[in-house]
Structure formats: structure tokens, C-alpha cells
Design a protein around this ligand. Structure first.
Ligand SMILES: Cc1ncc(COP(=O)(O)O)c(C=O)c1O
Length: 293
């Protein structure tokens, strides 16, 4: 089943609703450090306190467990949950990779406890990890998958993919909004998907990741984590200062919840020349040549 909405948050809300409807259970297990959107259900699942602060009554049916901790996941799921939702690579968390065996372990735990496994692919989907989706990148199939962000190339759209089992009880009208799945947004998504799939853009993403890993060796940059073009550069100094200096050079990067991690999420079409430009600017900034006043 595929279902359209207008945003990533809405796609995640739809996933919760489908999981709760199909299982007859209320509890949603999510991971600390995650971001799932700003609507009430998506915010309740978000594991970053700064976004939840000041919003009363969130999270009565949501339990957060540490990302990567299978024992904690098992304990939370064993009490009976509708869903386990996660970003397979935690983006705001600093492009944090899942430990080896984690996703497979979650798949097994969800199978044995009857919970639905939900991959929030709002950032990881559509080729960003160097594969069509995170599910394909890691070889683990969730029950529910949510997409948004680049799906409409700028036209607001979110989507939920559900396995036949998860979708079995969904009736027409259960999930919907006035503009959800409208013709403009769907045409934009179709054109985007045709372009991404037609060009196998994820292969270019993998090539650009390799280029970054090969050429970004410079003092001040300790390590690169993440996958594809969702990368966290672990610096020896606050990323915010480096980000500011890069903006002054016309280069946009992101920070994260980890003070020393600079996030890179360039367009999937980023060229080798642009990667070289970023490398040069970053090397200059880290060498102290362009520290802002
Ligand atoms: C992983 C993830 N999930 C969900 C969302 C929410 O998407 P939207 O802003 O379209 O509601 C975001 C937004 O940044 C996100 O990064």
C-alpha cells in the first residue's frame, strides 16, 4: 500500500496509525537522539528533548531507548508494542550509523513480538545512502517506510509504504488530508522518482561518498561517519564555528546534536568539482585561514 500526505511528520503519523490499527496496541518504541517531525505524534516519538521542550502531554504511549541497544529494544518491545520507529542512520544525531547486527536484531525482535518495524526514510530514502532506500542499503525490510523531503523535488509531499500485512485493515478514508496525494504533488514525485531511478542516482551518491572519504584528509578532521551523502565530519573543534566560516565562503553545511560534528547533506547531484570546492574551503577554514570575526 502507498499513501501520500504533505510532509514527513504526516507520513510518520500515518505509520503510527496503521501500526496501532493493525496490532490493537498503543505503545510506540523510538530511539533517543532521533527526529521524526513536529506534529504531536511525530514529536512524541522524537528522541531529542530540545524539540519536545514546552509541549505538555507528549509521549504517554511512547518509550525511548538508546539507539543501537538491542537489549533495551527487547525490553521495551517485550511489553507489547505497536511499532518500533527509527532513522537507520540518525541524522540530527550526527550521521550516526547503526551498529552491526542492530537492524537485523530489530527485525527479529519485531517478528517475535508482533510489533511493526518502521524505517523513517525521510532523509535516508531516494538514494541518499548510496542505495535506493535505507532498507536496500542495509538489506533489512521494514513493515512500514516513510518518505518525504526530496520526494517532490521541493513540492510538499510525504508518503507511507506499508507491507500487505500492515495495510490489511486500512480502509479508504482512514488516512487522508485535503491536499494529501494531490495531482501536483504526485506529478512532482513521479517525475522525481523517474529521474532518481532512471539515472540510478544512488550510484553517483556512492561515488561521491568514496571521493569525499578519499580526499577529505586534513588536520582538524578526525573521522567521517555516516553513509552515502549523509555524512558526519568529526572535527577537533565546534562545528558551528566551522559552519559559519564556510557560509562566509559560500558553502552551506549542517551541524548536529553533537557539537563537534559537521553534517554534509549535499544534493544527490553534487559534482566532483563541487566536492573539491567544499574540500578546499573546509581545509582553509580548518587551517585557520578563514575564521569569521
Ligand atoms: C528523519 C526525519 N523524519 C521526519 C522529518 C519531518 O519531516 P517534515 O519536516 O517534512 O515534517 C524530518 C525533518 O527534518 C526528518 O529529518
Amino acid at each position: 500500500m502507498r499513501r501520500g500526505g504533505d510532509s514527513g511528520a504526516e507520513a510518520n503519523e500515518a505509520a503510527f496509525r496503521v501500526a496501532r490499527g493493525a496490532t490493537g496496541r498503543r505503545r510506540v518504541v523510538a530511539t533517543l537522539g532521533s527526529f521524526h517531525g513536529r506534529t504531536m505524534g511525530a514529536l512524541a516519538a522524537t528522541g531529542l528533548e530540545k524539540y519536545r521542550k514546552g509541549v505538555l502531554g507528549l509521549g504517554s504511549d511512547v518509550v525511548h531507548v538508546p539507539f543501537g541497544d538491542l537489549r533495551a529494544a527487547e525490553a521495551a518491545l517485550s511489553e507489547g508494542a505497536a511499532a518500533f520507529i527509527l532513522e537507520t542512520v540518525q541524522s540530527m544525531g550526527g550521521a550516526l550509523m547503526p551498529p552491526a547486527g542492530y537492524l537485523e536484531g530489530l527485525r527479529r525482535l519485531c517478528d517475535s513480538t508482533g510489533a511493526f518495524l518502521v524505517f523513517d526514510e525521510v532523509q535516508t530514502g531516494l538514494g541518499r545512502l548510496g542505495a535506493p532506500s535505507a532498507a536496500q542499503a542495509f538489506g533489512v525490510t521494514p513493515d512500514l517506510q516513510t518518505f518525504a523531503k526530496g520526494l517532490g523535488s521541493g513540492v510538499p509531499i510525504g508518503a507511507l509504504l506499508a507491507s500487505p500485512k500492515a495495510a490489511a485493515g486500512v480502509k479508504v478514508g482512514d488516512l487522508g488530508s485535503t491536499f494529501g496525494g494531490g495531482p501536483l504533488a504526485c506529478a512532482a514525485a513521479e517525475a522525481t522518482l523517474a529521474e532518481v531511478a532512471g539515472r540510478k542516482l544512488w550510484e553517483h551518491v556512492a561515488a561521491m561518498e568514496a571521493l569525499i572519504r578519499e580526499t577529505f584528509t586534513m588536520p582538524g578532521l578526525t573521522r567521517i561517519q555516516g553513509r552515502g551523502l549523509l555524512l558526519g565530519l568529526v572535527l577537533d573543534r565546534p562545528a558551528k564555528d566551522v559552519q559559519k566560516a564556510l557560509v562566509a565562503k559560500g558553502v552551506l553545511t549542517g551541524t548536529s546534536e553533537e557539537a563537534n560534528i559537521l553534517r554534509l547533506l549535499p544534493p544527490l547531484t553534487v559534482s566532483a568539482e563541487e566536492v573539491a570546492e567544499l574540500r578546499g574551503a573546509l581545509a582553509d577554514v580548518l587551517a585557520g585561514a578563514a575564521v569569521p570575526a
